[in-house]
Write a protein that binds this ligand. Structure first.
Ligand code: MF3
Ligand code: CO
Ligand code: CO
Length: 271
């Protein structure tokens, strides 16, 4: 079930890796750089911006800082970022398309620094956005933070999912079921799967040294999604607005360490 990350075979395997203090130091540096990348992009998230140009700025920032873009060439993906606007749930592909006033857009970056993955995403409001769009963003941010607040040794993955689902549904938002958070470290998508819905005190027990993402996707309408013919872009079936935030975290002796906090305080740049 669990294994010492230093003894586990390379790759995903079947166990959940438990990491040591050196690994925490690696994740701290990778997570911080990923957060700094989103901070750097914030002023570019304006009406008229070409999403491919935003992707290019991220790629250059990552390479200039001695890291590698983890998504580039991952399972055939050809961009550094995912940029997912409006009814796009996740995995929106940067292109010649421009952002326009009233859009809401998630930017998701994953980089590898000294072998460790930093994976984080935030929502941006482009120009003036409608009240319900802003409300969806705020509910999604708070849902992520409530999920993180559950994290400590002895709690379970179900506690995280339940906290997110309860808060989302109390606020008339739905939780996407088709995508989940994931373990990460030297591996990009590792065990466990972190569901954003569930039942308290069920599922895998959290232990000190686990690393994973929490990355809830919430919709204003129904939770159902479909993937477009490009094989990546996931959209809401009812075309309702969707929002997502993501942090990479480590389980500590008494809680969670968030590796991807914004050094500039841009944790919810739309707020
Ligand atoms: N960063 C995404 C995640 O949160 C993964 C994107 S995979 C890609 O796990 F290939 F689409 F970039
Ligand atoms: Co992720
Ligand atoms: Co991500």
């Amino acid at each position: 079930m669990y294994s010492d990350a230093n003894e586990a075979p390379n790759g995903r395997g079947t166990t959940i890796k438990l990491h040591d203090e050196q690994a925490f130091a690696g994740m701290r540096a990778a997570g911080r750089l990923a957060a700094e990348c989103l901070d750097m992009l914030a002023p570019l998230m304006v009406p008229g911006a070409v999403t491919d140009e935003i992707d290019k700025a991220a790629r250059e920032f990552i390479l200039d800082n001695g890291a590698l873009p983890a998504c580039l060439f991952y399972r055939g993906y050809t961009k550094t970022l995912c940029i997912s606007s409006n009814h796009v749930v996740c995995h929106g592909i940067p292109s010649a398309k421009t952002l326009k006033s009233g859009d809401i857009a998630n930017v998701d970056v994953t980089l590898v620094l000294d072998g460790w993955h930093g994976d984080t995403s935030r929502m941006f409001a482009i120009g003036q956005v409608k009240r319900n769009a802003r409300r969806l963003i705020d509910v999604t941010y708070e849902a992520l933070m409530r999920g993180i607040a559950e994290v400590k040794p002895g709690a379970t993955l179900g506690c995280i999912g339940a906290a997110i689902q309860e808060y989302a549904e109390e606020n008339r938002c739905s939780v996407v079921r088709d995508f989940c958070g994931h373990g990460l470290g030297r591996v990009f998508h590792d065990n466990p799967n972190v569901l954003h819905y569930g039942t308290r005190h069920t599922g895998t027990e959290l232990r000190e040294g686990m690393f994973f993402t929490i990355e809830p996707m919430l919709n204003l309408g129904k939770p159902a999604v479909k993937v477009l013919s490009d094989g990546w872009t996931a959209v809401t079936r009812d075309r309702s607005l969707s929002a997502q935030f993501e942090h990479s975290i480590g389980v500590t002796a008494d809680g969670a360490e968030i590796f991807t906090l914004s050094p500039s305080g841009l944790h919810n740049p739309a707020a």
